[in-house]
Design a protein around this ligand. Structure first.
Ligand code: CA2
Length: 144
């Protein structure tokens, strides 16, 4: 079983600013956390971060034929990107959307998600543990 884990714009700033919202751990910590969960679960993983919408679309397309599922935190593109939604629909791989913060408790523009329309579930407000939940959900889904 192989997963792609994708992170969108500004998540490379984790731990540097806004610790009250996103926590004090860094992007490198997040990547290490995801790798450790996948190793424990015997899942192969490729982890990506990009600040560019088109690059995220390219990575989603490259998952086709290579990965069995996608975990995605599209960050700000969550609330704007039909292109990411279309890419997820195009590859038709099971996907789970993750947010570190509880977007439903924040500004109203964060309540909208385009990519979530192509995802099995949206997980929010659990910090790093949301990625673990998403990985386990995909593992369970793919084992059926
Ligand atoms: O809660 C999440 O995971 C978000 O996807 C994070 C995005 C935000 O636009 C979404 O509404 C919710 C923002 C990521 C920016 O991350 C930063 C981390 C540290 C300092 C500044 C930004």
């Amino acid at each position: 079983m192989k997963l792609f884990v994708l992170n969108g714009p500004n998540l490379n700033m984790l731990g540097i600013r806004e610790p009250a919202i996103y926590g004090a751990q860094t992007y490198a910590d997040l990547e290490a956390y995801v790798r450790q969960v996948c190793q424990r679960e015997e899942i192969e993983v490729e982890v990506f971060q990009s600040n560019h919408e088109g690059v995220l679309v390219d990575i989603i397309q490259s998952a086709y034929g290579k990965a069995d599922g996608i975990v995605i935190n599209p960050a700000a593109y969550t609330h704007t990107s039909v292109a990411i939604l279309d890419a997820l629909k195009a590859v038709a791989l099971p996907a789970v959307e993750v947010h570190l913060s509880d977007v439903s408790q924040r500004e109203s523009f964060r309540h909208v998600s385009y990519p979530a329309m192509a995802c099995l579930e949206q997980i929010k407000g659990l910090g790093f543990q949301g990625y673990e939940k998403a990985i386990l959900l995909l593992k369970d889904h793919l084992s059926k």
